[in-house]
Design a protein around this ligand. Sequence first.
Ligand code: AHR
Length: 520
Amino acid sequence: MANARLLFDTRLPVGPVNRRLFGSFVEHLGRAIYDGIYEPTHPTADADGFREDVRELVRELGVSAIRYPGGNFVSGFRWEDSVGSREDRPTRIDLAWHSTETNEIGLHEFHSWLESIGSELVLAVNLGTRGTLEALDLLEYANLPAGSRRTDERMRNGRTDPFKVSMWCLGNEMDGPWQLGHRSAEDYGKLAAQTARAMRMFDPALELVVCGSSSRHMPTFGEWERVVLTHTYDDVDFISCHAYYEEKGGDAASFLASAVDMDAFIDQVVATVEHVKALKRSDHVVNISFDEWNVWYNERFEKVDKLTGVDNWPVAPRLLEDGYTVLDAVVVGNLLISLLRHADRVTSASLAQLVNVIAPIMTEPGGIAWRQTTFFPFALTSALAIGEALTTSVESDTYDTTAYGPVPTIDAVTTHDPATGTVAIFVVNRSLTETTALQFDLGALSNAATGTAQTLSDEDIYAVNTLENPNRVSMRDNDSLILDDGVGSVELPPVSWTVILLEDPGRAKTIPPRGNRLHA
Ligand code: AHR
């Protein structure tokens, strides 16, 4: 067994844990909406056609804000199609996913659904095939209280009060050649700046997200951020990052170290933000919205699932329905650790996506909804990472990876809730073979502190939850946790994600069973 040591200090916070870090993303793509959250003929459907069983799982997952309606979809989307009486809404083809969009669900329906789960709506505007004027029209429709043709329309469509959407994304992945309306950093930067300024003439308090790179491995990465921010710096609050990871060529060791790439991505974008800030002599702070991140078996999608054919535009096809393994869940848990570690600069993030499409929740039409393996680290981190992220250092062995060279076997972050004194430790063991005994000082916690630990691991790292066996993988109590005389220790099995909760007596709060959400 290997050994590792973890150090945290409740007096050294990195930054507050913003609830928006536990956001998600719902796109009009595949079965995310239709036959996902919405299935009017399902036995659990409510009067509006939304599945109650799915809603319950989304609540349990604990998603704070949801980015909508795309993704690549948004770059061909006319928002006006998705409001008004359903009979009059046009059916359109969606070029991004080669599908048919019925517009049965639009802004009003999605917003009501979000209200029912207590999540915030984040809207993306189409800056691919549309421009500033259409973005302003949507803003006026959504946020102006009353007094214009757009607000009259909204009221006729059943909504008297404005939607009050605070956070807006200025397009999606405009650096990607696959994007409808893809353009150069220079051209996008000018369009984003013009749109941001116009939106702020309506409301200076809006929180605006400009598109960064759709991956750290894009040829334009770095320069894209510099140029786009040069145009937009003082007019936006966030720059986006997107990252998807997958096991390639059977190289699980490199895949397990995906958070190394995410760490570098964040650090490099922050460096570029600070560079532009210095050049502009600006006091304004631009943070990161990591508004798409996950494991995605994109290679399989490109080779097998991608739809083509001028006479083939299915409604809600099964697309991007990755079944997630224990290995994938450990990587997801580690990516959450990376986001928390950067809580001072990453103040918003969206797991992409939510239901059926590269999702923690799967559904069967007319049948059950179930939790994928990745559900557990997300739900528990959302429930237990409360207060502030702490500076956390880990001394551990390293192992060699083809993609990143030698990387630490153990990676961790801690959070501290000043209101209760509770400390949460989130930790992964990235070794494929070896258990590690992790030791940690209890720091400022009293000797009477108590602890609980749960671990996600399995003899079969490729085990998945399926329609036939939806509970094959779940969290288990890790009984190896010992707290003794100011020191804690716990055993971390190979390829595992663990959460440890340390509580001061009298302020008890236990880990909820199977990833249940503790609503703040
Ligand atoms: O989440 C799936 C797709 O990934 C999104 O539509 C796009 O923004 C990204 O490339």
